[in-house]
Design a protein around this ligand. Structure first.
Ligand code: PLP
Length: 279
């Protein structure tokens, strides 16, 4: 069951016009929200970021907060398990002819939910391998836009090389992952790229920093180089569906001892408490 423009229908019955600007131009924005134990995690923060993305590309928000919640809950009532991720996207809508400029259209809303299966701690404790690549994306990475051509190329590269993620650098500065935020820990300080146009301000990024602080780390939202990353005590990535993941190898080079670090262990536990305490 999916949601498309007011209707709850089977996924294979959901279709949109070829004149939808989401199809023609990738002219839309999206969000992904995890649901744990039937409860939507950090809904307010996700809807706030959605509003920011919509405002940035001048698409009107088609729903109020309570309307979004109502639609999500209706969709979730059809889900078979309590842990889900909600994917929802809003495109500018269906035009009459293909042209780059736009007028006021009725936005297209598409929502699907998928089972979310967090990796067990024993699996996470093995750590993950990543590669690095130059950040070739545009200069508005703060907008969660559906036009993700560069990101699909990164994801394919990672898949072909059996890597968890591609970590991106712009002018030798680490920005973020192709689908995640990046953190490095050095001498009990956590570093992560500051928010701004070069990264997506991850909801999990905020939660990771909250957890890191609770675990005794000093937080420093400032840039760092690829070389610093390679010499870090610990490296993590974060996203709504992955939570906080420990990285033990970058471009074939071992991070520290190659074992998952003590701060990650602490942050993992703290994050689980945040999930359990969510309302
Ligand atoms: N950065 C990028 C480029 C992403 O695509 C994502 C998530 O998909 C994130 C960061 C992490 O954001 P969040 O923690 O809100 O899922």
């Amino acid at each position: 069951m999916v949601y498309l423009n007011g209707n709850f229908i089977a996924k294979n019955k959901a279709s949109i016009s070829v004149m939808d600007r989401g199809f023609l131009f990738g002219d839309g924005v999206y969000e992904v929200i995890p649901v744990y134990n039937g409860k939507i995690f950090r809904l307010k923060a996700h809807l706030k970021r959605l509003q920011k993305s919509l405002d940035s590309v001048k698409i009107p928000n088609p729903h109020t907060k309570s309307e979004w919640l109502d639609i999500f809950n209706q969709l979730l009532s059809h889900a078979k398990t309590d842990d889900q991720s909600i994917y929802f996207q809003i495109t500018r809508g269906v035009d009459t002819q293909r042209k780059h400029s736009f007028e006021s259209l009725t936005p297209t809303v598409y929502i699907e939910t998928n089972p979310l299966i967090p990796k067990p701690k024993q699996v996470l404790e093995q750590g993950f391998r990543v590669i690095t690549q130059p950040d070739i994306r545009w200069s508005r990475c703060d907008i969660k836009a559906t036009s993700l051509l560069a990101n699909t190329l990164y994801a394919q590269n990672a898949k072909e090389q059996k890597m968890e993620e591609v970590i991106l650098h712009r002018d030798n500065i680490i920005t973020e992952g192709a689908t995640s935020n990046v953190f490095m820990i050095k001498d009990s300080t956590l570093y992560t790229h500051p928010t701004g146009v070069n990264i997506l301000s991850g909801i999990t990024r905020d939660l990771a920093m909250e957890s890191a602080q609770a675990c005794g780390l000093t937080i420093n939202e400032s840039t760092f180089t690829l070389n610093k990353l390679l010499n870090a005590d610990e490296v993590w990535i974060s996203s709504s569906t992955r939570e906080v993941m420990p990285i033990i190898q970058i471009d074939g080079r071992t991070v520290n001892s190659g074992k998952v670090g003590q701060y990650w262990e602490c942050v993992y536990e703290h994050y689980q408490h945040l999930k359990e305490a969510s309302e």
